[in-house]
Design a protein around this ligand. Sequence first.
Ligand code: SAM
Length: 358
Amino acid sequence: MEFLQCSEVENGGFNKEKYGWRCRAKLAVRGSSANPMIGLYEEGTHNVVDIPECRAHHPNINAAVELLRKGIAKLEVEPYDEDLGTGELRYVQIIFGNRWRHLVGERDFWEHVGGIDIYLTPSSFGQANTRAFDSLLRKLHKYVPYGSAVTDLYGGAGVIGLSLAVAKKCRSVRCVEINKESKHCFEKTVSRLPNVDSNMSWHNVDAALEPLSWLVGSDVIVVDPPRKGLDDSLLSALQTISSVKRKAVASSSSPSNLKEEKRPWILREREASVSVQGSNRPDESDVLPQTLVYISCGWDSFKKDCKQLLSNKAWLLEKAHGFNFFPGTQSCCVKVLDLPKSEPMLDLDNEGKGETAE
Ligand SMILES: C[S@@+](CC[C@H](N)C(=O)[O-])C[C@H]1O[C@@H](n2cnc3c(N)ncnc32)[C@H](O)[C@@H]1O
């Protein structure tokens, strides 16, 4: 399929920094084989709007759509008909999957974000709007104390964790990611980091499995889940950890007293998929998270998760910031910092319009 060429969009065939084009597309196909419509739903309907010259998509996506249009007509492929439930082609996804063929241009794709060089492959998650992401990271850095132990859940190639390792001289950074394709990106990125005396590791693990074991040992937890939000098991682990912490404070437990408590989790030695050791390897099993940073690209799931975290005062919301990752749309990316010290500042029923805009 000629579409494979679109992987080049991800691999540096254009200047994302400058234009901020979207380089992935999921489009609906309707109409007839003679006159196919390939585009997005009109707001609030399932009427497909043809967008042959979409200005938000990279031109290569538009070119691929044009090629598809010709192919549908030539091969007489019948687009889906929602009323009749008939047809052969309903949606197309452009630039997805984990098999890529290098056609032209540089084989390696690096971008500079969060103060470090990041290596990305087409099959690893990459932020579409690097300029907005860079602003988000710079803001995030301010909330992470120097020398923290950080766990970066839903970490992709580890961009957030590794930028923190460098900027905040973190004593440890653990990145947890379900997509094994991102391991190579983490390794390559680490290879270009300046000298950092930090224990850095990347784990190919489902964050929903044994989440407590990722929370214990961290001062700061960063979560950056897909649009569906946090997994239930992680949400309840975050609530559990908060109540353990409150109990510890109430009984003025020292860390060593905490160690003696019967704890509901067992820290099992895990085999890290990638591990880079700094000189400092303290026993972190008594450290509990003080700060949770929630990066969200799904407002509804974020509201739901946040309400649950704020219930029973498990966590208190300190700050929220909105970032315009998708210019020309109503979507924004929200970064929230939960710290157990002040009252909520964000009105969760205000449909995401009340935060500081960046
Ligand atoms: C919004 S992306 C964020 C990636 C990364 N933080 C970044 O900024 O590049 C969400 C990531 O979560 C990963 N993911 C989805 N479900 C997961 C799970 N259950 N456990 C761990 N990672 C998961 C996805 O593969 C994806 O890389």
